[in-house]
Design a protein around this ligand. Structure first.
Ligand code: CP
Ligand code: NVA
Length: 329
């Protein structure tokens, strides 16, 4: 039944990076870096000087586990002057069969913004259609846009020119790779993808990247993928919700990021992983712990990136004390 009294949507959703668009993504990256700089070393719970989301509350719906996404959104809201509450789906009425649409309509009348982590991307879309407030994708089986904002921020911080770089992705053609491909289409960087033949990314994301002018190449050969690249990405071989099948694990073995593979990349190449990592599986310990690894800077940047995404969704001016900070290259 249509909710005849439903208020119109206030603000903007981020279900995918395409919702930001090229200009929005650049704006978010610039604002995230500026806010990070402007905070200095004040205590993590202290609000930014402008506290732009004062009195605002983010509701976070989790149908899957999370450490980084949960903590970064919570701390982001505190630093923006607001607050967050966590709804573990299993202990809400969602877990007892209340519909996604009804849950979204209720939350959209009580909180100011909603973040959803779920299995089926279609559920996220239903959430966004049904809630009268901005809805943010905190990971679905299809994509993980907030992760890639943090990753791009990390690459820029470490001196990479976002439009001119070439990245390699080794391992599983999963949700994180999909968002990376979407970013490639928005910014125009190159991506070399090496996965087992039956774990290649969804062709829609390859098409999206290529339509945006990105040079995207698929190969089965991890050596070919990493040759001369600016950064090497990987992720778990078994994502949340997937079955950990020992026979498919064997197919992933050649795609483990080892120091031998890293040596084929540029000497200043970085190693990125969204975490949680399974060291010894998708990445060798000496790479994970080595000087090219920026995985913990990347994890920290989830917080800074989240703040800019939240502000973009709320329709706020994004930057704090340094509104016109240098654009991300
Ligand atoms: N990278 C990431 O999304 O981590 P969590 O699953 O801990 O949120
Ligand atoms: N691909 C992983 C990312 C976790 C942050 C998963 O979906 O489990």
């Amino acid at each position: 039944m249509r909710d005849l009294t439903a208020p119109a949507k206030r603000g903007r959703d981020v279900l995918s990076l395409g919702d930001l668009g090229t200009a929005g993504l650049r704006e978010v990256l610039t604002a995230a870096a500026a806010r990070k700089r402007a905070r200095g070393d004040r205590p993590r719970g202290a609000p930014d000087d402008d506290a732009p989301l004062r009195d605002h509350v983010l509701g976070m719906v989790f149908e899957k586990s999370s450490t980084r996404t949960r903590v970064s959104f919570d701390m982001a809201m505190r630093q923006l002057g607001g607050a967050a509450l966590v709804l573990d789906a299993a202990t809400t009425q969602l877990g007892r069969g209340e519909s996604v649409a009804d849950t979204a309509r209720v939350l959209g009348r009580m909180v100011d913004m909603i973040m959803v982590r779920t299995d089926d991307h279609a559920k996220l879309e239903t959430f966004a259609r049904s809630a009268a407030v901005p809805v943010i994708n905190g990971l679905t089986d299809l994509s993980h846009p907030c992760q890639i904002v943090a990753d791009l921020m990390t690459l820029a911080e470490h001196g990479k020119a976002l439009e001119r770089m070439t990245l390699a992705w080794l391992g599983d053609g999963n949700n994180v790779l999909h968002s990376l491909l979407e970013a490639a289409g928005l910014l125009g960087f190159g991506v070399r993808v090496a996965t087992p033949a039956n774990r290649q990314p969804d062709p829609r994301y390859l098409a999206l990247a290529r339509a945006g002018g990105a040079d995207v190449r698929l190969t089965l050969d991890p050596r070919e993928a990493v040759e001369g690249v600016d950064a090497v990405f990987t992720d778990t071989w078994v994502s949340m919700g997937q079955v950990d099948d020992p026979s498919s694990r064997a197919a992933f073995e050649p795609y483990r990021v080892t120091s031998a593979l890293m040596r084929l990349a540029r000497p200043d190449a970085l190693f990125l992983h969204c975490l949680p990592a399974h060291v010894g599986d998708e990445v060798a310990e000496d790479v994970f712990e080595g000087p090219q690894s920026v995985v913990f800077a990347e994890a920290e940047n989830r917080l800074h990136a989240q703040k800019a995404i939240l502000l973009w969704c709320a329709g706020n001016r994004l930057a704090a004390d340094e509104p016109q900070a240098a654009a991300v290259p």
